[in-house]
Ligand binder design. Sequence first.
Ligand SMILES: Nc1ncnc2c1ncn2[C@@H]1O[C@H](COP(=O)(O)OP(=O)(O)OP(=O)(O)O)[C@@H](O)[C@H]1O
Ligand SMILES: O=C(O)C1=C[C@@H](O)[C@@H](O)[C@H](O)C1
Ligand SMILES: [Mg+2]
Length: 177
Amino acid sequence: MTDVPIVVTGLMGAGKSTVARLLADALGRPLRDSDDELLERYGMTAADIAADLGAAELHAREASLLLEALAGDPSVVIAAAASAVEDAAARRALGQAFVVFLDAPPAVLAERRLRGTHRPRFAREPAEALTERRKRRLAYFSEVADLTADSSRQAPEEIAARALARFAKMKRSGRAE
Ligand SMILES: Nc1ncnc2c1ncn2[C@@H]1O[C@H](COP(=O)(O)OP(=O)(O)OP(=O)(O)O)[C@@H](O)[C@H]1O
Ligand SMILES: O=C(O)C1=C[C@@H](O)[C@@H](O)[C@H](O)C1
Ligand SMILES: [Mg+2]
């Protein structure tokens, strides 16, 4: 039987790359991180693409990368772009994956996004922009999620352990492998 891809999703700074790396290492799977793939393919960070070509183009590229990753080798762990759940085709394709949704209060995410340079700038105050995105996307994240974890309350290692246990249970019950 075929493997099931694991996808980690959530807003900017939720901990997707961190948890996806732990899952990939634990399962011996390759990691496909949207930000790395953008850089590899276009030679630009998400921040550069948003600044030079606009947010709509960035989001279209991010949704395409997720669809491509889901259509490829299923034995992967994918750190998806935060925006990808807004794409209906991407949400449909996520139905075939085991999806971990990392949630956290916008104020915590706003603080975390000060680290790193790949994240696009917000026109508005970050906590406000993240609150608006969370409100707009929460139903989508919930629709695709097989597991939801609050990354302001649990360490990445705890979240990864929960995800691995749930994934193994799902496999035993026959949905995966
Ligand atoms: N569960 C957690 N608890 C506390 N801090 C965390 C947790 N997960 C990640 N972090 C920290 O938050 C920051 C953002 O994590 P990470 O880069 O993994 O998020 P991301 O969702 O991939 O962000 P982006 O959307 O920008 O790609 C990092 O400094 C990371 O160490
Ligand atoms: O709207 C957002 O939350 C995001 C926008 C893009 O810039 C991306 O880099 C990422 O999907 C986060
Ligand atoms: Mg990341």
